[in-house]
Design a binder for this molecule. Structure first.
Ligand code: SIN
Ligand code: MN
Length: 264
C-alpha cells in the first residue's frame, strides 16, 4: 500500500494518519485468537495489572521467544503496514518493538500524556525518525479508553519528561503544568475511534494519551513501533531489554499481504 502525496502531506502536518478497515474482520479474528493464546503465557514479555488482567504483551513479531506469534509476525511484514512506515521514515526500517495493550474491561487504566521519543531518545536513538502503527483488535470507543492524539504536536519537538509511576507501567510523561499549557494552546485532542481492523500511524514526537476503559469489552490494540535502520540506538551502560529495544535491526522485508490468515 503506497501513501498518496496528500497522505504524506497530512502526516507531515498532523503527525498521524488513520486507516479505517486496514485489516479485515477474518484477519482481526485470527489476531484476536493469538492475543487470547498469548494471555496465558508467563514470561518477562507479559505484563499484568495488579488485579491479574493483561496490561501489555511484548515481542509478538519475532520467530523465537515466549510470545512469538506467526500471525503477528506476518502482520508486521504486510505491505499495508510496512510500506507506509518506510515512506514516512524514508528508507529501510526495522521493528523497534511490538506491544499489545489489552486494557481489560472496567479495570484497564490510563496512559498519561507522552511522546514515544521521550523514552526512545533515552534508549539512545539519535533522531526522532521513528513511528508507530497502532491497529485496533476490537471496536474502540471513547468509553473503552481510546487513544487521543494532539494534531501537529510533533512539531513541538521533544519536550521534557518525568518518570510517571502512577500506573502499573513506568512511563516518561509530560509534567502536569507543561501539559496544561500545551493543551490550552493546541488543537483539541482527536479520539482515535473505529471498527476493529482500523489502523493509525503516528510520529514518535506526537503527544498522545488514553483514558480508563469503562466499557464492557477489553480494548485490545497492537502497537508496531518502527525505527529507521540508520537510526538504530547507541546503547548505553544498562540498555532496556531486547523485548522493548530490539537488537534485530536488519531491514524488515515486505512479505505477503495475505499471510495473516494463512498463518492461523
Ligand atoms: C502507549 O502510548 O504506549 C499506549 C497508549 C494506549 O495503549 O492507549
Ligand atoms: Mn506511546
Amino acid at each position: 500500500m503506497e501513501l498518496t502525496a496528500a497522505q504524506r502531506a497530512q502526516f507531515e502536518r498532523d503527525g498521524f494518519l488513520i486507516f479505517p478497515n486496514l485489516f479485515s474482520q477474518p484477519e482481526v479474528a485470527v489476531l484476536r485468537q493469538e492475543v487470547a493464546r498469548l494471555s496465558e503465557v508467563h514470561s518477562e514479555e507479559v505484563h499484568r495489572e495488579p488485579t491479574g488482567g493483561i496490561k501489555s504483551l511484548f515481542r509478538v513479531h519475532e520467530t523465537d521467544g515466549a510470545t512469538a506469534s506467526a500471525p503477528f509476525r506476518a502482520m508486521v511484514r504486510t505491505p499495508r503496514v510496512l510500506r507506509p512506515v518506510q515512506q514516512v521514515l524514508g528508507g529501510d526500517v526495522y521493528v523497534y518493538h511490538t506491544k499489545i495493550n489489552a486494557k481489560p474491561a472496567i479495570e484497564g487504566t490510563h496512559w498519561m500524556w507522552h511522546q514515544d521519543y521521550n523514552s526512545w531518545s533515552k534508549d539512545g536513538c539519535p533522531t526522532p525518525n521513528m513511528a508507530t502503527f497502532n491497529v485496533m483488535l476490537n471496536d474502540t470507543s471513547e468509553l473503552s479508553g481510546a487513544l487521543y492524539i494532539i494534531p501537529g504536536s510533533h512539531k513541538l519537538g521533544l519536550l521534557e519528561s518525568e518518570l510517571y509511576a502512577g500506573s502499573s507501567v513506568r512511563l516518561w510523561a509530560i509534567p502536569k503544568q507543561k501539559m496544561i499549557d500545551v493543551l490550552r494552546t493546541s488543537p483539541a485532542p482527536v479520539p482515535i475511534v473505529g471498527r476493529a481492523g482500523t489502523g493509525v500511524l503516528f510520529h514518535c514526537n506526537v503527544l498522545h494519551a488514553s483514558g480508563h476503559n469503562l466499557s464492557a469489552e477489553d480494548r485490545w490494540h497492537i502497537y508496531v513501533s518502527c525505527n529507521a535502520v540508520a537510526n538504530k540506538p547507541i546503547l548505553g551502560e544498562n540498555p532496556r531489554p531486547d523485548w522493548v529495544v530490539s537488537r534485530n535491526w536488519y531491514p524488515l522485508p515486505i512479505e505477503d499481504d495475505s499471510a495473516v490468515t494463512k498463518a492461523a
